[in-house]
Design a binder for this molecule. Structure first.
Ligand SMILES: [Zn+2]
Length: 190
């Protein structure tokens, strides 16, 4: 590739390393003409197979554009959208496939969008999953509520073993004894 400083066509690789996630290679190059150094990033291209059977290269900007529509009037910044698109791309790259169906891209968007903004998520999911009526929204909202409850539950319930079905019982001040002195340095939650 051309040197970005002087457009010379020849450069040599002075360093080459795989990125931490293993999905790309970073090469440090030096221009043979002006001697300046620059970095190139080599990744595999991912093809998206559309429902029509047509394939097109994966494009992060398309994700940003698609999600932006669902985020109108919501407190979501362009940075948020860019980070979401990056997360989606990382998820897809981590799966390691060179080709991916368009609806799988949609699926990869749902989880990070749900964390970003639930209203935008419902809008996006309603279009993407072709909600037919109120029931579909109600189901989706119920699912969101359940997940939120589960999340706050995970934060407040201490990681001790609970007998099945006994979750409703209030614990007394007793605390299960730690075995082998384990847990002595753990913070007291109760
Ligand atoms: Zn140069």
């Amino acid at each position: 590739m051309h040197c970005p400083f002087c457009r010379h066509t020849d450069s040599r690789v002075v360093d080459s390393r795989t990125t931490d996630d293993g999905t790309s290679i970073r090469r440090r190059r030096q221009c043979a003409e002006c001697g300046r150094r620059f970095t190139t990033l080599e990744t595999t291209t991912i093809s998206v197979i559309k429902r029509s059977g047509v394939t097109e290269p994966f494009d992060r900007q398309k994700i940003v554009n698609g999600v932006r529509k669902a985020c109108q009037g919501r407190p979501v910044s362009e940075d948020d959208l860019a980070m979401l698109a990056q997360e989606v791309e990382e998820t897809i790259r981590a799966a390691g496939a060179a080709e991916i169906e368009a609806h799988e891209v949609g699926l990869a968007i749902l989880a990070p969008l749900r964390r970003l903004d639930v209203v935008a998520y419902l809008r996006f999911a309603s279009v993407y999953q072709a909600f037919g009526g109120l029931e579909d929204f109600e189901d989706a909202i119920e699912l969101l509520r359940a997940q939120q409850a589960e999340h706050s539950g995970q934060q407040t319930i201490p990681a001790t073993v609970e007998p099945p079905g006994g979750g409703a019982k209030k614990r007394s001040g007793r605390r299960p004894r730690a075995r082998n002195g384990e847990g002595l340095t753990q913070p007291r939650l109760l």
